[in-house]
Write a protein that binds this ligand. Structure first.
Ligand code: 13P
Ligand code: SF4
Length: 324
């Protein structure tokens, strides 16, 4: 390994609060190989906030929520992008970087929201609600984006809906995100019945129990949680907004009603905050490992390819979002 690269020991200093010493040696060989491969292949790793700490803190070059990953993907200069996240995120990176090689380490890293709706469903919705614009959450396939007027993420959904200057929009596929945004705007929102299999499992009773067991705890909930969960939380926002909240408000005790790795990744930056850890795992995010990031770079797999006609239409919907 080149002397310019961080050593395993210095990386461990960063993650020692969230990775037990006994586990660290099992990661080291892959981490060092990935650091070398990234240089050899002129590659960067983009990692979502739900990636495990050994990926997020030790091999990722760019981290963030879906919106940040999309924005930062546009500025990537490397030739190869490895997307440590789920398939729709890799598709978005490819849409914004059509000339670059975009790799997803496991093709089965899907999303229950993306699976909840097809392009044909969107065409039917347009027939049922003629003239009503379609706002599509980025957690969808590229084919669904191609049928949409504009995309949104959990970080900009309200701004996107209100940017259209209309009284009614179709917002798909996450019913709870649509309901949570509807509570913040005068725009009427027609929702689809998709749900995130991770966030739909949180309940208001969970929050009440947490407040009883951990007095003074601050509760942050992702807007993919049911509205009655968001209503009982102290704050709701995208994964980046939750992380920023912890950084700016420094609550002494906090619980993040979201995917499990979020707390680990945010805790690394905030040793003075106590993180209470009920959480739900996203099985799709957890398909990405150091081992398959390494083989993605070694074997150039799995390359994301999008049919040009679909890519053109889907890119427009993503670019319109990025202009808001
Ligand atoms: P964020 O855009 O808030 O990071 O959310 C992405 C996601 O998949 C949440 O489940
Ligand atoms: Fe999809 Fe939910 Fe997993 Fe996010 S956490 S990738 S919305 S299944």
């Amino acid at each position: 390994m080149s002397a310019m690269l961080p050593s395993g020991a210095s990386l461990y200093d960063r993650v020692q609060r969230v990775i037990p010493p006994i586990e660290w040696p099992t990661f080291l060989d892959d981490i060092e190989a990935i650091l070398v491969l990234k240089r050899q292949r002129n590659a960067v790793v983009l990692a979502h906030n739900y990636q495990t700490p050994e990926i997020f803190h030790c091999v990722a070059d760019i981290v963030g929520d879906s919106l940040a990953l999309a924005r930062k993907a546009m500025a990537v200069e490397a030739e190869v992008i490895v997307l440590a996240g789920v398939h729709f995120m890799a598709e978005t990176a490819k849409l914004l970087n059509p000339e670059k090689t975009v790799l997803i380490p496991d093709l089965k890293a899907g999303c229950s929201l993306a699976d909840s709706i097809t392009a044909a469903d969107v065409r039917l919705l347009r027939q049922r609600y003629p003239g009503v614009p379609v706002v599509t959450y980025v957690n969808t396939s590229v084919e669904v984006k191609a049928e949409s007027d504009i995309c949104c993420t959990s970080g900009n959904a309200k701004a996107v809906v209100e940017s259209l200057g209309v009284s009614q929009v179709i917002m798909l596929p996450d019913e709870f995100l649509a309901q949570n945004i509807a509570a913040q705007t005068d725009v009427e929102i027609i929702a689809w019945k998709g749900h995130c299999e991770v966030h739909e499992r949180f309940t208001p009773a969970d929050i009440r129990q947490l407040r009883e067991d951990h007095p003074g705890v601050t509760v942050l909930a992702h807007p993919e949680c049911p509205p009655e969960v968001v209503a009982e939380a102290d704050f709701s926002g995208s994964t980046a907004a939750m992380s920023d909240y912890v950084g700016s408000q420094k609550p002494p005790r906090v619980v993040l009603m979201t995917e499990c790795s979020m707390s680990d990744n945010v805790a690394v930056e905030h040793p003075d905050v106590e993180f209470i850890r009920p959480c739900n795992l996203c099985p799709h995010m957890k398909r990405i490992t150091l081992a398959n990031i390494r083989s993605a770079l070694e074997q150039n797999r799995h390359e994301v390819r999008i049919e040009p006609e679909i890519a053109g239409r889907a890119r427009l919907a993503v670019e319109r979002m990025l202009d808001v």
